[in-house]
Design a binder for this molecule. Structure first.
Ligand code: DX5
Ligand code: ZN
Length: 217
């Protein structure tokens, strides 16, 4: 079955001094969604940015914002992130004992609830969350940094999640994040990913539009 592939460039790789120009260039290059990596220095070693920058991004584009919360106990920030203009809010299964409650709250806020799993987490762990998720994010690197290499075993999990979604008749978006480039995108879409996050793969490309087009092809 042919599935429509969408690309979400990760703003973690943008030039924060020229964010407006970078966002405009991504829009022109055919980005479908913008991926926004919020890191707290606890759930992941790195600290990236928080609410004020998400708000600024919101003011700079009409594209949907896909907020990836690499944050311990993300339930603390769901309402604020919704108010800042997130369209998709994704929490990590590993970051909270109450992933189900998080998904419900995100839905109540009128946003698309996403659940993410790290490379070491089995898809089985989220089986009973799938009914409440509008998006499943399979991390294909360990979260925290851009520019890492794909962990191949994560692709088996993409296939497994695809099977689980199809079995339950779920139309949730299947997102992958980490190591995606124009050259290797097929490795991710063949097992069933429909939304490709790409940071360095888009930003380091000589021609961003060509890179995005190739990922979608
Ligand atoms: C990693 C972040 C990613 C990151 C991807 O923790 O979640 O979204 O920006 O970067 P690349 O595409 O360079 O692997
Ligand atoms: Zn991300």
């Amino acid at each position: 079955m042919e599935r429509k592939i969408q690309v979400a460039p990760s703003l973690l790789s943008c030039d924060f001094g020229h964010m407006a120009e970078d966002i405009a260039s991504l829009e022109k290059a055919g980005a479908d969604i913008l991926h926004v990596d919020v890191m707290d220095g606890m759930f992941v070693p790195n600290i990236s940015f928080g609410q004020p920058l998400v708000k600024t991004m919101r003011a700079l584009t009409e594209l949907p914002l896909d907020v990836h919360m690499m944050v311990q106990n993300p339930e603390r920030y769901l309402d604020e992130m919704a108010a800042c203009g997130a369209d998709i809010i994704t929490v990590h299964f590993e970051a909270t004992p109450h992933a189900h409650r998080c998904l419900q709250r995100i839905r109540e806020l009128g946003k698309i609830p996403g659940i993410a799993i790290n490379p070491g987490t089995s898809p089985e762990a989220i089986r009973y969350l799938l009914g409440d998720a509008g998006l499943v994010l399979v991390m294909t690197v360990n979260p925290g940094f851009g520019g890492q290499k794909l962990i191949p075993s994560a692709l088996e999990k993409v296939r497994e999640v695809r099977r689980m979604l199809d079995e339950t008749g779920s139309s949730a978006i299947l997102e992958v994040d980490g190591g995606v480039t124009a050259e290797n995108a097929r490795l991710y879409t063949e097992p069933g990913a429909t939304l490709l996050v790409s940071g360095t793969g888009v930003f380091k490309a000589a021609d961003r539009a060509a890179a995005i087009a190739k990922m979608k092809a």
